[in-house]
Write a protein that binds this ligand. Sequence first.
Ligand SMILES: NCc1[nH]cc(CCC(=O)O)c1CC(=O)O
Length: 331
Amino acid sequence: MTEKALRLGTRRSKLAMAQSGQVAEAVHQVTGRPVELVEITTYGDVSRENLAQIGGTGVFVTALRDALLKGEVDFAVHSLKDLPTAQPAELVLAAVPPREDPRDVLIARDALKFTDLPRGARIGTGSPRRMAQLNAYARAHGLDIETVAIRGNVDTRIGYVQDGELDAVVLAAAGLNRIGRIDEVTDFLSVDTVLPAPGQGALAIECAADNAALIAALGELDDPFTRVAVTAERSLLAALEAGCSAPVGALADLPPLSAPLERGGSQADGQFVKEMRLRGVVGTTDGTRMVQLSTTGPVPQTHDQAWALGRELATEMLAQGAAGLMGERAH
Ligand SMILES: NCc1[nH]cc(CCC(=O)O)c1CC(=O)O
């Protein structure tokens, strides 16, 4: 007897296919059911227009969500950082699997590290968040770099370095890991230098809110710590009223080991973690102005607690003028 396959809606890009394939295998493991990939082409995949003009990376998500709502597919996998902070009532994030490396990385010519780039080096990124923090670090440390706006898929971006057009590009470690190109990284950027995008490195598995059996099955893949962490990060983004192309970084993780251990708190293995640190940054893309704050407290136990944590930090950031730094559009 053959069991009916679960249909996984996915974009056709190499990154989307890689992460959907990995989730398909994991879902097959926990459900015992075959999983079939259903390719969905989005406007964002075919258009050469500036992503900001067609509504940011949310366009990729919309087509997948439409397919879910129409019942054409049973579930979808998103890069959490590309997911708008508003959750449609008919859909639910059934699982947020354990987060991979959240860091941004540099792929530079001649195996160069960020701080070894020569004067006038041109660094490509389409992200105002990366531009803001790279330029702020450069200003503070006497580096002379120029950030250059680029777009395109991961292979295209790396191509700019290979063909000599740029000295370096900045990408997410998680994406490179998933497509098998992590070996080309020349420098892993500390999150103290470049705070990642809210949700970076995490995936979201989404399905219809009324499919209780599927929600329960997919829930096996959920990692509660990752879920509260990304919830706090996305709450910060939402409370700043910023979109996925705004110059906003956020990361919730374990506090530095020494502090909580002295107070008898966290264990690094995640089993007895009691505290979480949430960091947020907003800056102008030229790196001249920044608001960067953090808060450390008990690990939120519910969605609402995680959401409240992000909102509290956003309120403090807004009090320090964060809103005035977000006026620029992605370009
Ligand atoms: N903006 C595109 C995007 N969306 C998700 C990833 C991969 C990393 C992740 O899952 O967080 C990437 C590529 C990148 O930023 O380098």
